[in-house]
Design a protein around this ligand. Structure first.
Ligand code: SAM
Length: 248
């Protein structure tokens, strides 16, 4: 199945290069997804294809008018569509949400600009999505983030193991990764990783993933059921740290 994504934007060119390279580019070249950008001005009003206007009540900045977006959505929406408005007030993107979107067949993504979109647009979309508690100048960089996160999760996009083992795959941050050289500026790769003992490597990775998550994102651990093995490793980490142990 091909995941189709239509992006409504005032700056279609902003999406082309980032989504044409690397994994998003390969995913599209292999027919797993098709991303199309549409210039909102195509549905703009009057001779000047106007899409924005002053805000009622006064204040700085322009707001995207509802009619061009509504007309575009009438044309782009299909029975299987999920229409997403990018907005700082939306639900926060995370890996679970990216997985949910990767299972859809058609996404329509609306990029706001200026002060955002007319409030009445919210009733025309299925979801509102934020990429974090930060304000961007437009929805395009957020659209790139959302689309990149979704495309790499499509079956066949990358090795299935990579997306399970990485951060948030098991509800934990990823364990530390090392490559050559075995020693860099006096710091050696942990002995277990070069031991060739696969069971010991697996246990080391789980322990370090737990250590890092506990130190940096305790909220992830609090919201996750822990196996007996994980509880035992966490107890080891706590006693190591009580004795002045290693850094996460
Ligand atoms: N006035 C708006 C506010 O204070 O919430 C911010 C508008 S922002 C300058 C313009 C557009 O960028 C938004 O309509 C939205 O599409 C996009 N945008 C900005 N920050 C975003 C975020 N964190 N997540 C998703 N989209 C964002």
């Amino acid at each position: 199945m091909t995941l189709e994504i239509d992006v409504l934007t005032l700056f279609p060119a902003m999406l082309e290069a980032p989504l044409g390279e690397s994994i998003p580019g390969r995913v599209q070249a292999r027919g797993l997804a098709a991303v199309r950008s549409h210039d909102l001005r195509r549905w703009g009003l009057g001779r000047h294809r106007s899409v924005d206007d002053y805000t009622y009540g006064g204040g700085a900045g322009m707001v995207l008018r509802p009619e061009p977006i509504a007309a575009a959505l009438r044309e782009l929406r299909r029975p299987d569509s999920t229409v997403i408005l990018l907005d700082p007030a939306g639900e926060r993107l995370d890996q679970a949400l990216a997985r949910e979107l990767a299972a859809r067949s058609h996404l329509v993504i609306v990029c706001g600009r200026y002060e955002g979109v007319d409030e009445r647009i919210r009733s025309l979309v299925d979801r509102e999505l934020s990429i974090g508690d930060v304000v961007l100048s437009g929805g395009e960089p957020a659209a790139i983030v959302v689309i990149d996160a979704v495309l790499r999760l499509l079956p066949g996009a990358i090795e299935a193991d990579s997306t399970v083992d990485e951060s948030f795959g098991h509800g934990l941050l990823e364990y530390p990764q090392y490559t050559r050289p075995a020693e860099f500026e006096g710091r050696r790769v942990p002995d277990t990783l070069v031991s060739g003992d696969h069971a010991a490597v697996r246990r080391w990775r789980l322990r370090e993933a737990l250590r890092r998550t506990r130190a940096r994102r305790p909220d992830l651990l609090a919201g996750r059921a822990l196996s007996d093995d994980e509880l035992e490793l966490l107890a080891e980490i706590e006693s190591e740290e009580a004795e002045g142990g290693s850094r996460a």
